[in-house]
Write a protein that binds this ligand. Structure first.
Ligand code: SF4
Length: 170
C-alpha cells in the first residue's frame, strides 16, 4: 500500500494557478510519484475562483488578516478558511504534505502579508491551508516543494513521513 501525501495541485502540473498556469515539479511528478500516492488539492479552485482568476493576497488590517484581491473588492477569507478547515479534517489518511511556496493559500512560511491600502508587506504569513493543516494535524510532516532540493531538509522530511506512517499503522 502506497503512502499517501497531500500536495498542492499546481505542483503536479494542474493548470490551477491564478494565471491559468501550473508549477509542475519534475521531482514530485517524476520521482516521488513512483513511491507515493499523491492527493492533489487546490483550495482556490475548490471555492470556485476558477483559472485564470484575480490573484489574491494576505492583507493585514488592525484586527485580522484578510485574503483579498489587489484592489480589495474581492474578499475570500471566509470561504477559503471554511473550505480549508473542512477539507483538512477529511485528510486523516495522509502521512505528509508538500506545499507550493509563497502562496497566500498554500505557503508554509514567509508568505507576504501586505499592509492594508499599501503595496508594502512583510514575509510573516502562513497560507490558509498550511495553517489549517498545522492546527488540525500538528504532527503531520509538511514541507515546501522548493525546500526539498536541500538534501538535509529532504531526508529529514521523508524520515518524518515514514515515522508518521508507521505510527498511523499501529
Ligand atoms: Fe492552488 Fe495552492 Fe497551487 Fe495556489 S498554490 S494554485 S491555491 S494548489
Amino acid at each position: 500500500q502506497h503512502i499517501r501525501l497531500g500536495i498542492s495541485a499546481c505542483l503536479l502540473g494542474g493548470k490551477v494557478r491564478f494565471d491559468g498556469g501550473h508549477k509542475r515539479s519534475v521531482y514530485c511528478s517524476n520521482e516521488l510519484a513512483r513511491y507515493f500516492q499523491f492527493v492533489p488539492v487546490c483550495p482556490e479552485m475548490a471555492i470556485g475562483l476558477g483559472a485564470p482568476r484575480p490573484s489574491i493576497r494576505q492583507v493585514q488590517f488592525a484586527e485580522q488578516i484578510r485574503i483579498q484581491n489587489v484592489k480589495g473588492e474581492l474578499d475570500v477569507t471566509d470561504e477559503l478558511q471554511r473550505y480549508c478547515q473542512q477539507k483538512v479534517a477529511t485528510l486523516d489518511f495522509l502521512s505528509g504534505y508538500i506545499l507550493c511556496a509563497k502562496s497566500p493559500t498554500c505557503g508554509m512560511e514567509r508568505v507576504t502579508v501586505y499592509k492594508a491600502g499599501t503595496n508594502n508587506g512583510s514575509k510573516s504569513g502562513v497560507g490558509v491551508l498550511a495553517a489549517a493543516l498545522q492546527q488540525q494535524w500538528p504532527q503531520l510532516p509538511i514541507e515546501e516543494e522548493g525546500r526539498l532540493n536541500d538534501l538535509h531538509i529532504r531526508e529529514n522530511f521523508f524520515t518524518r513521513v515514514y515515522a508518521y506512517h508507521d505510527w498511523q499503522m499501529l
